[in-house]
Design a protein around this ligand. Structure first.
Ligand SMILES: NC(=O)c1ccc[n+]([C@@H]2O[C@H](COP(=O)([O-])OP(=O)(O)OC[C@H]3O[C@@H](n4cnc5c(N)ncnc54)[C@H](O)[C@@H]3O)[C@@H](O)[C@H]2O)c1
Length: 314
C-alpha cells in the first residue's frame, strides 16, 4: 500500500526541484495524482522544468532560496493559497563543493546555509502547519551516505549531511510524541545518482542510479514504513552499505582512530571485515537484489512496482 499522504488531490512541496532528484520526485508525485509545488533558487531553470511537466494548474513554480527563512515561509503560504494544504514536504535542495576542515571558509558557510539551514528552515516553516491540518503527512529530508560514513574529502558537505540526519531523527522523535500527529519524518539517503550535482558529462556512468530510481525506491521505502531510506546504486549494494555504516560506528565504540576505513594501519582489518560481512549477508542480499531487479522491470514510468516492500526484508 502506498503511504496515505501520497493520495490523488494531495499536495507536495519539493525544494531543489528544478533538476535531479527533486524534479524526478515532482514527476512521480504528479503521476500519483498529487499537485506539486516546485521550489528552486534558479528561477529560469525552475520555470523551464515546471513547464516541461505539462501539468497545467496541478504544478506551480515558486522561486525560493531555502537559506532564507522568510522565503521558505512565503513558499508555504503560496502553496496553501493555491492548493489549501500541504501533505508532503521534501527538503531536498543541496549544493556540493565544500572543502576539508582547514580550507574554504566561504564554502563552509554556503554549504551550511543551503544544505543544513535550508532543511531547518523547511521544517520550521511547514511542520506545525502540517501537524495542525490533522491529515497524514510526510516530511522527507535529503541526507547522504557522506553524512553517515563521513569519508575524507569534502568535510564541509559531510558536516551538513550529518546535521540533516540528526535533525530528521530528532524531528521524527518529536512527531511521534505529539498527540494526534499524523505526520512522519524520513531521511532520504541516495547512493550515487546521475544529476546536475554529479554529472561530469551527458552519459550516465554505469555505477549511478537515475533520479527516477531514487524516487521509486523512496516511495516504496516510506510506504513500507522505513525512516531511513537507504538507496543502493549500481556499484554499492545494501549489504555493503550496512557493513560500512557498522564499521564507521564501531570507530567510536571500539576506540579506533576516526575514518579508520581509510587509515593504512586498518586496511587489512577493514577488508577482512567486509569479506566476512559479505558472506554473512549473502542470503538476504540475494532476496533484496531480486526486489531491486523487479523495480527495473518496465511497470510504470520508471519501473516502480507498488508491491515492493523493503520492510519485509529487514
Ligand atoms: N546526486 C547524488 O549522487 C546525491 C547523493 C547523495 C545525496 N544527494 C543530495 O540530493 C539532493 C538533490 O541533489 P541532486 O543530486 O538532485 O542535485 P541537482 O544539482 O541536480 O539538484 C539540486 C537543486 O537544488 C537547487 N538549489 C541549490 N541551492 C539552492 C537554494 N539555496 N535554494 C533552493 N534551491 C537550491 C539547485 O538549483 C538544483 O536545481 C541534494 O541535497 C544532494 O546533496 C545527491
Amino acid at each position: 500500500m502506498t503511504h496515505p499522504a501520497l493520495q490523488p488531490g494531495h499536495t507536495a512541496v519539493i525544494t531543489g526541484a528544478a533538476d535531479g532528484i527533486g524534479l524526478a520526485a515532482a514527476r512521480r508525485f504528479l503521476a500519483l495524482g498529487l499537485n506539486v509545488v516546485l521550489a528552486d533558487v534558479n528561477a529560469e531553470k525552475l520555470l523551464a522544468a515546471t513547464a516541461s511537466l505539462d501539468a497545467g494548474d496541478r504544478a506551480m513554480a515558486v522561486p525560493t532560496d531555502v537559506s532564507d527563512p522568510k522565503a521558505v515561509i512565503s513558499l508555504r503560504d503560496a502553496a496553501i493559497a493555491q492548493y489549501g494544504a500541504v501533505h508532503v514536504l521534501m527538503n531536498n535542495a543541496g549544493i556540493g563543493g565544500g572543502g576539508s576542515a582547514i580550507e574554504r571558509p566561504d564554502r563552509w558557510r554556503a554549504l551550511i546555509e543551503v544544505n543544513l539551514f535550508g532543511v531547518i528552515n523547511g521544517v520550521q516553516a511547514f511542520a506545525q502547519t502540517m501537524i495542525d491540518q490533522k491529515t497524514p503527512g510526510l516530511i522527507i529530508n535529503t541526507g547522504s551516505k557522506q553524512g553517515i560514513t563521513t569519508p575524507p574529502g569534502d568535510t564541509a558537505y559531510n558536516v551538513t549531511k550529518a546535521g540533516v540526519k540528526v535533525l530528521t531523527e530528532g524531528l521524527q522523535h518529536t512527531l511521534r510524541n505529539t498527540e494526534g500527529c499524523q505526520v512522519t519524518a524520513h531521511l532520504l539517503v541516495p547512493g550515487y545518482t546521475f544529476t546536475g550535482m554529479t554529472a561530469r558529462g551527458t552519459e550516465k556512468p554505469a555505477a549511478a542510479w537515475t533520479g527516477a530510481q531514487v524516487v521509486d525506491h523512496m516511495i516504496a521505502s516510506v510506504s513500507a514504513g522505513d525512516f531511513y531510506i537507504l538507496c543502493p546504486d549500481n556499484d554499492v549494494d545494501r549489504a555493503t552499505d550496512a557493513a560500512r555504516i557498522r564499521w564507521a560506528a564501531e570507530d567510536v565504540a571500539a576506540g579506533r582512530p576516526p575514518l579508520s576505513r581509510w587509515h593504512p594501519d586498518y586496511k587489512d582489518d577493514f577488508e577482512a571485515y567486509m569479506a566476512a560481512q559479505r558472506q554473512e549477508n549473502a542470503g538476504w542480499l540475494a532476496r533484496y537484489n531480486d526486489r531491486i531487479r523487479a523495480m527495473d522491470e518496465p511497470k510504470g514510468e520508471s519501473g516502480f512496482t507498488a508491491g515492493f516492500l523493503l520492510g519485509a526484508l529487514f
